[in-house]
Design a binder for this molecule. Structure first.
Ligand code: G3P
Ligand code: CA
Length: 242
């Protein structure tokens, strides 16, 4: 089994995270898939941005939830990263799905609903994926176990992952109990026994955020289902040795 190389927020070491240049670059470099983060604007448009607040990755101030989509689109989401990317826009989920549809990429959409539990975020994202017929190559993930449970109750035709950074002896059992089909774990939680437990429970296991060759090697040796990396080109190069 091959470990998928998933570009974390796109090729985010080389281009501004969660923007079209970062996604396009990930594809060009040969990544197997793309991970991105989704939140809702004031007018309920799903947009791709990691933080609840726009200030780190755009030239504005305020929470994503307090901007309309039109207002968010006026911000510059590239110049913080490099002058070269001045004028880069915050992307809607719709624009991203339209772009990815004809490209053979795996897709991981992380719902950013831990600090703010956006109303109906799960359904809004699911319905959009369904309309693009992308459910069969998508994983919906979240750090929020209640949201995992909600999705498990509502949807039967999309993979659902629980994200976690916390050590917990019963992690795999707990994930299975709430209906997760996959576990997305922080690298420091990765052990052979955890991978074995996932295999026994038929849960996929992917690891974030893996940027160093030595860490990549451990993931490849343990045959994890995927790694999330800011440097997909390095991941692809390292994987050749396995
Ligand atoms: O989905 C893996 C990883 O992206 C989770 O952490 O903070 O980078 O969204 P974060
Ligand atoms: Ca993420």
């Amino acid at each position: 089994m091959t470990t998928n190389i998933i570009a974390h927020r796109g090729a985010s070491r080389l281009a501004p995270e969660n923007t079209m240049p970062a996604f396009k670059l990930a594809y060009k470099l040969g990544a197997d898939g793309i991970e991105t983060d989704v939140q809702l604007t004031k007018d309920n448009i799903p947009v791709l941005i990691h933080d609840e607040h726009v200030k780190r990755t755009a030239n504005g101030r305020g929470f994503v939830k307090d901007f309309t989509f039109a207002e968010l689109r006026k911000l510059d989401a590239g110049s913080w990263f490099s002058k070269k990317y001045t004028g880069t826009k915050i992307v809607s989920l719709d624009e991203f799905l339209q772009w990815i549809k004809p490209r053979p990429l795996y897709l991981n959409i992380e719902l950013k609903n831990t600090k703010i539990d956006y109303k109906n975020l799960e359904t809004i994202v699911y319905d959009m994926l369904k309309s693009y017929q992308l459910l069969d190559r998508t994983t919906l993930s979240t750090f929020n176990p209640v949201s995992v449970q909600r999705m498990q109750d509502l949807f039967s035709d999309v993979e659902i992952a629980l994200l976690t950074s916390r050590r917990n002896r019963n992690l795999v059992h707990d994930a299975k109990r709430i209906g997760a089909n996959a576990l997305h774990i922080k690298y420091r939680l990765l052990t052979p026994s955890l991978v074995d437990a996932c295999r026994r429970k038929k849960i996929k296991v992917r690891v974030y955020t893996v940027n160093r060759p030595i860490k990549m090697a451990k993931c490849f040796a343990l045959k994890t289902d995927g790694i999330f990396t800011d440097v997909p080109d390095l991941g692809l190069e390292q994987r050749k040795q396995f």
